[in-house]
Design a protein around this ligand. Structure first.
Ligand code: NAP
Length: 252
């Protein structure tokens, strides 16, 4: 059996309606996984579903995952349809680049609710025996902003630092349930989040950031390939780590 295969695995992906989450969905499907795709925009989720290998079984869930009271019912329903879950990618997230004086407590709360809390709440539910397969792998999409400083990113960086360190602690706690937990820290990837950020910071700052990436701006599949590796048995001895996928950005 190819250790990189995702055959016979059910993988739940948040943020599957766009960008990196859409690419993760496509790459997981190519390697044989069945998928639960989650986001708020139904049409965009259906677009992702249309890009998948027809052999993959797919369930589309249109839901705001910051409404954490609904998460267990949603997961239980999908486990009944597709079977127990062996992979989870938390890709849903929001980004804001704003000077510190424009950071409000509501902004910190909004960012943490989706980037951190929703992902950890889903991980908690998926770690229950009734929902998880014999072994499982959870992958949190963090960011290099959680490792290195960037102006205007206090709330976003704090949330991504929390994802990296929280994932490490989950790895220590969940290893006894045969669950591996890792994070991936991308630098700038060409998706709608990046387009919005470049709009916010203007052309000069955008060009400067682009130049800071020795291999240029990345593409969603660069992150998706790392996800496929972490979800597959090829990484069966890897847990509690943070894989940096950044075109060399954090190497200077
Ligand atoms: N692009 C980059 O340069 C970059 C770099 C480093 C890290 N990242 C991280 O990578 C992840 C994906 O980013 P992306 O670039 O692919 O962004 P994107 O294209 O804007 O996608 C964000 C996804 O999050 C989902 N989402 C947001 N709030 C949600 C909510 N309350 N409930 C359910 N789904 C929600 C969106 O779905 P709906 O709109 O359908 O709700 C969308 O699918 C994020 O965590 C981001 O911080 C991105």
């Amino acid at each position: 059996m190819d250790p990189f295969s995702l055959q016979n695995k059910v993988i739940l992906i948040t943020g599957a309606s766009s960008g990196i989450g859409r690419s993760c969905s496509v790459e997981c499907s190519r390697r044989g996984a069945d998928l639960i795709l989650i986001g708020r925009n139904h049409d965009e989720l259906m677009k992702t579903a249309s890009l998948l290998d027809p052999k993959s079984k797919v369930e589309v869930v249109t839901e705001d995952i910051t409404q954490t009271d609904n998460l267990e019912t949603m997961i239980a329903r999908n486990v009944l349809i597709l079977g127990k879950i062996s992979g989870f990618i938390h890709c849903a997230g929001i980004e804001k680049t704003l000077p510190l004086k424009k950071h409000s407590s509501a902004l910190y709360r909004d960012i943490f609710e989706i980037n951190v809390i929703a992902g950890f709440e889903i991980a908690k539910i998926l770690s229950l025996k009734k929902y998880k397969d014999e072994t499982a792998s959870f992958v949190f999409i963090a960011s290099v902003a959680g490792m290195v400083g960037e102006p205007g990113k206090a709330a976003y960086s704090a949330s991504k630092g929390a994802v990296i360190s929280g994932a490490r602690s989950l790895a220590m706690e969940l290893c006894r349930s045969n669950i591996r937990v890792n994070s991936i820290s991308p630098a700038m990837i060409n998706t709608p989040i990046l387009e919005k950020m470049f709009e916010d910071i203007g052309e000069d700052a955008s060009l400067e950031i682009t130049r800071e990436h020795p291999l240029g701006i990345g593409n969603p599949e660069d992150v998706a390939y790392a996800c496929v590796f972490l979800l597959s048995d090829a990484s069966k001895w890897i847990t509690g780590t943070n894989i940096v996928v950044d075109g060399g950005y954090s190497a200077h």
